[in-house]
Design a binder for this molecule. Structure first.
Ligand code: GLC
Length: 768
């Protein structure tokens, strides 16, 4: 691409040359957009409908022509583009990203109009690459390559790719500074991260355009704040969504659902939701219940509600092609279906066989689909689980050229209105979740929708929780899923989880215990397993395991004040609850290399046990002064690696200097959970502050904050409280020298100082 002409418009600049055009704009502060296209046969830039971007508010910037190059600047950032088309982005006079691109080359030998566009980036040896959402492999993706093409895939091996979701968002780490790149192209694309060429990163898209957003940092927090301002912030879940969920493919009658709930209650295991997998439907017809096995869904939902449990139903996109079935008849007559390139509705096979596929890219199809949910909501269903929405398709009844089919899905040439499937494949799940989310908002005003999706694209966080699909009951997956969830966290996703205990294969008692302990920290915690595997309800493993799992579930409910606050933060700023160490310690190269531990929020370090029979593990402390909180040991941990004990009954947890951890009492479900008797665990080694968010647990986000502040002096500590009061609260101070005196009722042990302040306290002083 070469450029010789610069045109300046109010909020965009256009560079054109012999073959290509590049449009430059600043859609939000700290973000530059570079959209390029071939000139031949096209008239400039047609308006684009982005499925991902919702928050652009173009800002003015300065454009200049310099000898041999063009320069665009705004505030402390500067984008320089040479006449040969290579570009460099500067922040405060430091170069941060550089590359070049070519868009719209013809794919040689292709019969249909297929394009390929390619972005090249310099990949200096010291750079590390993070993000890309749900991908297998290590957190740092340097030296690897990946495809973005939503795919129903099983089993998950270390190099299985692509997976169900495509989040074409990359974090570039260089010596502790982090910047982002987002390629807003839903067509199939491949990224090569210094794999084929150790000095080069390439990103190839099967489409005529490259729509690139370069996002400035230099902290992960700033990049994610900007990226989620652009693609949308995570929807705030109702409190019950953060409770424990139980699911299984194979719960095939109302009786069985009742007995699962009864089992939870009989064993005093906390539970908030049960998922109804495909077995509840009548012949896999979505929006129906089997009349024999689920004769009275409303009664079932009401009985569950009496136990504090909500029901969630699975809804797949494949609609059974059966004349007389209303959903099918309506879709067919209104022409809402994906078509073959010959124009007839495409017939494939999912669970229903034959099945047709609604075209969710069209708004009228989304609102029609949304309406279909009305009977489910009338039957008391609380949330919707969207599965198989890559979309997954096992075989075809329509005549299809199989060379056009990549993975278990629809052919590239299938039609979504005027678009080819190739162009919109990766947003199928996103638009289906949008339809579901908007329907729940519309049909049940005042309640926050709960949607869980398997497939996704950038922006899925606006509508839906996502989970990592069909993992297996392998110890290796316990660890691999953790890395994947941390990667998803670095990609704008917050309400995330993986099947606790593993979906495929037979879980063991110990694996279920360790997985539930780690799952207590997943923003979405669901035990789910496949038909044909051994049952995975905790009590099926015996009393000792049930007791251990109960401990982990109770820990989950104690963490709810923190989790709820973190989801609210995610909703306000895009900051994910689960954070790899690099989030808070980007300048520490060791912290940036770790994915077997993480923080939940700013200061709680979680070091799960990921191997069978291990009762110890190594933990890395990025600074000195951490204290242990899962069991109080009176120690203050220095910086660096330490081996810590981890009996089967516990998951090692540590609080950072200045860290504050609010804990609720245990509860059987969120309906009875309350924060009255809050325990605040504090590590007052340094100053600190925590703002706890509280509201009604659902409905509008009109909550209040309860703030606790630590002021550390050499010989004393001042604690200050403001905002919402918790009459029965207790303070537990860790890591203090012995013999401290405090102006409130207190009790000192070897490990901690316990304080029970007056209910209206606002300030306390601790002297030693
Ligand atoms: C898919 C889902 C899984 C579900 C199964 C049956 O494999 O990923 O969670 O249980 O379909 O619906």
């Amino acid at each position: 691409m070469t450029f010789d002409t610069l045109q300046v418009h109010p909020h965009a600049a256009l560079l054109t040359g012999g073959q290509a055009a590049l449009e430059i704009s600043q859609p939000l502060g700290g973000i530059w957009r570079l959209r390029s296209r071939p000139l031949s046969g096209m008239n400039g830039f047609p308006p684009k409908h982005s499925f991902a971007v919702v928050g652009a508010q173009p800002l003015p910037f300065t454009s200049e022509r310099l000898p041999g190059s063009f320069q665009f600047s705004a505030g402390a950032t500067r984008l320089q583009i040479t006449e040969q088309g290579s570009w460099q982005l500067w922040q405060e006079d430091r170069p941060v990203l550089s590359g070049s691109g070519s868009s719209g080359e013809w794919l040689p030998g292709s019969a249909t109009r297929v394009y390929r566009s390619r972005l090249n980036l310099d990949a200096p040896a010291a750079e590390r690459y993070f993000g890309l959402g749900e991908k297998t492999g290590p957190l740092n993706r340097r030296g690897l390559r990946y495809t973005f093409w939503n795919t129903d895939t099983l089993p998950h091996l270390p190099d299985t790719d692509p997976m169900y979701q495509s989040i074409p968002f990359l974090l570039v780490w260089s010596q502790g500074r982090v910047h982002g790149l987002f390629l807003d192209e839903p067509a199939r694309s491949q990224i090569d991260l210094a794999c084929s060429d150790p000095e080069r990163l390439t990103w190839e898209v099967e489409g005529p355009e490259l729509d690139l957003y370069a996002i400035l940092g230099p902290t992960p927090q700033e990049v994610l704040e900007r990226y989620t301002a652009l693609t949308g912030r995570p929807a705030m879940p109702a409190l019950w969504v953060l409770g424990a969920h139980q699911s299984r493919w194979g719960y095939s009658s109302a009786e069985e659902i009742r007995s699962v709930i009864e089992g939870y209650r009989r064993h005093a295991l906390p539970l908030d939701a049960v998922h109804l997998d495909i077995d509840y439907m009548n012949a896999y017809k979505v929006f129906t219940f089997d009349p024999q096995r689920f004769p009275d869904p409303l009664a079932l939902a009401e009985q569950a509600a009496e136990q504090g449990v909500r029901l969630i139903t699975i809804i797949d996109p494949g609609v059974k092609a059966e004349p007389g079935y209303t959903t099918y008849d309506q879709a067919l007559s209104a022409e809402y279906l994906v078509r073959t390139d010959r124009g007839e509705p495409l017939l494939g096979e999912v669970w229903p066989d034959p099945a047709v596929f609604p075209d969710f890219t069209r708004p009228e199809v989304r609102s029609w689909w949304g309406e279909q949910h009305r009977p489910l909501l009338e039957a008391g269903i609380a949330g919707i689980w969207n599965d198989m929405n890559e979309p997954s398709c096992a075989s075809f009844h329509s005549a299809v050229d199989l060379s056009e089919v990549v993975g278990r899905t629809l052919p590239d040439s299938a039609r979504h209105g005027t678009r080819r499937h190739l162009e919109v494949h990766n947003v199928y799940g996103l638009t289906m979740s949008q339809a579901t989310f908007e329907a729940l908002e519309r049909l049940r005003p005042g309640q926050r929708p709960f949607v869980l999706s398997r497939a996704g694209f950038a922006g899925i966080q606006r509508y839906s929780a996502v989970w990592g699909g069909d993992n297996s009951s392998y110890w290796e997956h316990l660890e691999a899923n953790l890395t994947m969830l941390l990667s998803m966290s670095l990609s704008g996703l917050s309400l995330i989880g993986c099947d606790v205990g593993g979906f495929g294969g037979h879980s063991s008692a110990e694996l279920l215990v360790r997985w539930t302990q780690l799952g207590a920290f997943y923003p979405l915690m669901r035990n789910h397993s496949a038909r044909g595997t051994r049952p995975q309800e905790p009590w099926t493993f015996g009393q000792a395991t049930t007791d251990l799992v109960r401990g982990a579930l109770e820990l989950r409910y104690r963490l709810l004040p923190l989790l709820y606050t973190l989801m609210w933060r995610a909703n306000q700023t895009g900051t994910p609850p689960m954070r790899p160490l690099l989030w808070h310690y980007p300048e520490d190269p060791i912290a940036a290399s770790l994915s077997d531990s993480f923080t939940l929020g700013p200061s709680l370090l979680v070091a799960p046990v990921l191997r069978p029979e291990h009762r110890h593990r190594a933990v890395y402390f990025p600074s000195s002064g951490w204290v242990r909180v899962d069991q109080l040991d009176g120690q203050v941990y220095p910086a660096g690696f330490r081996v810590v004990e981890a009996e089967l009954s516990t998951i090692p947890l540590f609080l950072a200097p200045g860290g504050i951890l609010p804990l609720a009492e245990v509860a059987q479900h969120t309906g009875t959970a309350h924060w009255d008797k809050l325990t605040w665990m504090l590590n007052p080694a340094t100053d600190g502050r925590f703002d706890l968010y509280e509201d009604a647990g659902d409905g509008p986000l009109e909550g209040e904050l309860a703030s606790l502040r630590i002021e550390r002096h050499p010989d004393r500590i001042r604690l200050q409280r403001s905002g919402v009061a918790h009459p029965g609260e207790q303070l537990v101070l860790l890591g203090l020298p012995h013999g401290a005196s405090v102006s409130a009722s207190s009790n000192e042990t070897e490990e901690a100082l316990y304080i029970e302040p007056d209910s209206d306290w606002s300030e306390l002083e601790i002297r030693f």
